[in-house]
Design a protein around this ligand. Structure first.
Ligand code: FMN
Length: 324
């Protein structure tokens, strides 16, 4: 069994975490990952206080193991954040502060309820800033990942961040979807891995079945970094683009972002109906390059089990055989 300082700190069996994904609301998926021995996380940034309370209850009806409540710092508002803290999660997971935003007050409030704090970053400076403010775990997120990402690849960012913040445990995120990825993350000095895209194509994921199939069919070469989904949604992200499927919708607006801004209301209405219809060409669909490693839709617990077991085999059997 692989046991790392991250497992030790949070009292969990496996060094594998689900990324908080605010656009993917599924308490059953969060609970399934935690119940399987990983760390589930509920993205809270679109939720009101009542929704957070009932989601936490739904998670706790399924598992008594630790899980995280995830907030995007640039968009956090007081009432939902206070409701999340009142629910006393074991972990509060932060990501994406604005430049210059004070981190300490948020981290201290999480510590005050006895929670550990994970903090996602996309560069070394961000990692140092989060550790200086008191974060307990750093998530080094590489540009291969789905959702909003920075410019550095996981292969370089993970060891740089691990060196910069040692002995604070680091999770590697971005581009990891199987046991090879988890084993590689550990070899890079991480204490575990955090995954988003792999769980989008899980049974418990609330994505439209067509979108899950699009991930399974992707060869991983069909994504790009773009602001187009955010422009259509009327969101200004602090310093990141989103890795999204390069579909008809994206290609129609690429290079004409100025026009999309002008037509934002109509574009948003079109996107919303394409999303409801499950049209993978006309709805923005965010996933990582690791979609090319995902070949079937599986229950979340089975994903955890397979990744952990494959990583163990690699570390215990495959790699030692290479050393003479
Ligand atoms: C659709 C989608 C939505 C996401 N939303 C959030 C979010 O709300 N908060 C957050 O911390 N990370 C978010 N992420 C990033 C993930 O937590 C994670 O860092 C990323 O998915 C890792 O890369 P991978 O997709 O290659 O596994 C999102 C990712 C995706 C694909």
């Amino acid at each position: 069994m692989i046991h790392t300082p991250f497992c030790e700190l949070l009292g969990i069996a496996h060094p594998l975490a689900l990324g908080g994904m605010g656009s993917i609301f599924s308490p059953p998926m969060v609970a399934a990952v935690s119940q399987a021995g990983g760390l589930g996380a509920l993205g809270c940034h679109r939720l009101g206080a009542d929704e957070i309370r009932s989601a936490v209850q739904a998670i706790r009806e399924r598992t008594d193991r630790p899980f995280a409540l995830n907030f995007l710092l640039f968009a956090v508002t007081e009432e939902p954040f206070a409701a999340a803290l009142a629910a006393r999660p074991k972990v509060v997971a932060f990501a994406w502060p604005r430049g210059g935003q004070e981190l300490k007050p948020f981290i201290e409030r999480a510590h005050d309820i006895g929670a550990k704090v994970t903090f996602m970053v996309s560069d070394v400076a961000g990692a140092k800033r989060a550790v200086d403010a008191g974060a307990d775990v750093i998530v080094a997120q590489g540009t291969e990942g789905g959702g909003h990402v920075g410019w550095m690849a996981s292969l370089t960012l993970t060891p740089m961040v691990a060196d910069a913040v040692a002995p604070v445990p680091v999770l590697s995120a971005g581009g990891i979807a199987d046991g090879r990825g988890l084993a590689a993350a550990l070899a890079l000095g991480a204490s575990g891995a955090l995954l988003g895209t792999r769980f989008l194509a899980s049974v418990e994921s609330p994505l439209h079945e067509n979108f899950k199939r699009a991930i399974v069919h992707s060869d991983g070469h069909d994504t790009m970094l773009t602001e187009i989904p955010d422009i259509a949604a009327g969101i200004v992200w602090p310093g990141a683009m989103s890795r999204s499927r390069r579909n008809r919708f994206i290609e129609r607006w690429a290079g004409r972002e100025w026009l999309l801004r002008q037509r934002q209301t109509e574009a948003l209405a079109e996107v919303q109906s394409a999303r409801q219809a499950g049209d993978p060409e006309e709805a923005p669909l965010s996933y990582g390059q690791d979609a090319g490693l995902i070949h079937e839709i599986l229950p979340a617990a089975e994903i955890v089990r397979r990744i952990v077991s494959d990583a163990e085999t690699i570390l215990k059997e495959t790699l030692p055989r290479l050393v003479r």
